[in-house]
Ligand binder design. Structure first.
Ligand code: GDP
Ligand code: IMO
Ligand code: MG
Length: 423
């Protein structure tokens, strides 16, 4: 059975969770492969709304197994808050969660460093979610991290942890004038954690490839989006992991041979949270209207999202990097009231047309727009492609043509039912 990958094509919050929830009905296992509690993945079912941070968005289906992959940075406090919240709503989660033994643990000191480093950066801050993500991935890359599997080795507590804490305390105290980590407190916390998660820990390359070989259907859930990718996004205003296809493989351990379909989730306009260049951002009234119509406020931090027009160069960039086989175009209904809708069709740099998203000098781009007539009627109740207003269909077809990827689903509202399958 092949695996399907869901990846964000813009700056995150494209509606990935809504599409994952829609597709998870036909899935046995959902795997989050990167990021941490910086993600806010919203699923709406009837009157209930769930915002997942670490737990994969397939958890609402009672038989689905949900895996926290090895590419993730897991804050145990955030994880258990989330488990308790879900279970308080009558959804059993613990028995269906699996945690990769090579995932990294995000500790309170990572959050402390993230917050203080942002404060110290002044005008150069990234605008992070303050969840400790960059600090935890830095430790991973620097080989000072704590893997889940390390909790089960006694030598970790005697040989490794004291050295890690000693080094961390130098940074906390000398660079940030922050309180030090108390070794015995952290050791106790980790010893308690290892018992709480003992039955969930798996070796994901073994487990997932075996399940795929036996015919199980796997959905890979990306967090953030291509433009926040550490390597392909608007560096340094990015997250510290790879949400793109390469990250899905390294963050889950499944063989590339199983990956048959990559679905790009893309909003019918665009948004971004935090700092960093954003070529099609609308600063005035239009931005306000989009923010209000799309209810564009961060699901984790509540921060107002920056809003702007659809940028086809961004999605072409995402199509190239990820090898997109189809697009799911979300939040089309948010454009229902607009008389005209702008779409960025390309860029100029130094007065010359360029056919790619540059890796640097993004603020110097000149954006070329095309205008489309709006449809000015509600679409949220519509469930069939043919029933969409003609101008809405024209808009979707133009998006598909410009991006060079077929649109397979159109989403016209936050609920599972507000989804139109095109084929
Ligand atoms: P994610 O991080 O990509 O999963 O997206 P978020 O959950 O952060 O943000 C998407 C928001 O849009 C959530 O509040 C969803 O409930 C909502 N949403 C998703 N699809 C649609 C849609 O088609 N129309 C509208 N109006 N809202 C949607
Ligand atoms: P989902 O999965 C939107 C942004 C932050 C900041 C940058 C770095 O819900 O789409 P970090 O805390 O990761 O070090 O912050 O990345 N960011 C997101 N923006 N959606 C997200 O996740 C995001 N996760 C991180 O706002 O600009
Ligand atoms: Mg989100």
């Amino acid at each position: 059975m092949p695996a399907t990958l869901i990846v964000g094509t813009q700056w995150g919050d494209e509606g990935k969770a809504k599409v994952i929830d829609y597709l998870a009905k036909e899935t046995d296992i959902v795997v989050r492969y990167q990021g941490g509690a910086n993600a806010g993945h919203t699923v709406k079912v009837g009157n209930d709304k769930y915002i997942f941070r670490l737990i994969p968005s397939g958890i609402l289906y009672p038989r689905t197994i949900c895996v926290l992959g090895g590419g993730m940075v897991i804050d145990p406090d955030a994880l258990f808050d989330e488990i308790n919240e879900i279970e308080s709503k009558g959804i059993e989660a613990r028995g269906r969660l699996r945690i990769a033994d090579n995932a990294h643990l995000l500790m309170p000191y990572h959050k402390e460093i993230d917050i203080r480093s942002e404060e110290a950066s002044g005008a150069y801050k990234i605008g992070t979610t303050k969840r400790g993500i960059g600090a935890c991935y830095s430790d991973k890359v620097n080989r000072h991290g704590i893997r889940v599997g390390m909790l089960y080795s006694d030598a970790f507590y005697t040989d490794i942890l004291p050295r890690l804490i000693e080094e961390k305390n130098k940074i906390l105290e000398k660079v940030y004038s922050a309180p030090p980590v108390v070794f015995t407190d952290l050791k106790e916390k980790l010893l308690a954690l290892r018992e709480k998660i003992r039955d969930m820990v798996v070796n994901t390359p073994y487990y997932l490839n075996m399940e795929l070989a036996s015919g199980k259907r796997v959905l890979l859930e990306g967090a953030q989006g291509t433009m926040l990718d550490l390597d392909f996004g608007t560096y340094p205003y990015v997250t510290s992991s790879n949400p793109t296809t390469g990250g899905a493989l390294s963050g889950s351990g499944i063989s590339f041979r199983y990956l048959k379909s990559v679905i790009g989730i893309t909003k019918a306009y665009s948004t971004r949270v935090g700092e960093g260049p954003y070529p099609t951002e609308c600063h005035g009234e239009e931005g306000e209207v989009l923010r209000k119509a799309g209810n564009e406020f961060g699901s984790v931090t509540g921060r107002p999202r920056r809003c702007g027009w659809f940028d086809t160069e961004v999605v072409r960039h995402a199509a190239r990097i990820n090898g997109l086989s189809a697009l799911a175009l979300t939040k089309l209904d948010v454009l229902d009231t607009f008389k005209t809708i702008k779409v960025a069709t390309g860029y100029e740099l130094d007065g010359k047309r360029i056919d790619y998203f540059p890796s640097c000098r993004v603020p110097q781009l000149q954006v070329i727009y095309e205008e489309f007539a709006g449809w000015q009627e509600p679409t949220s109740h519509i469930t069939k492609w043919k029933a969409l207003p003609k101008n809405a269909r024209k808009y979707v077809e133009a998006v598909s043509r410009f991006c060079g990827v077929p649109v397979a689903w159109v989403s016209v509202g936050p609920d599972r039912e507000n989804t139109i399958a095109l084929h």
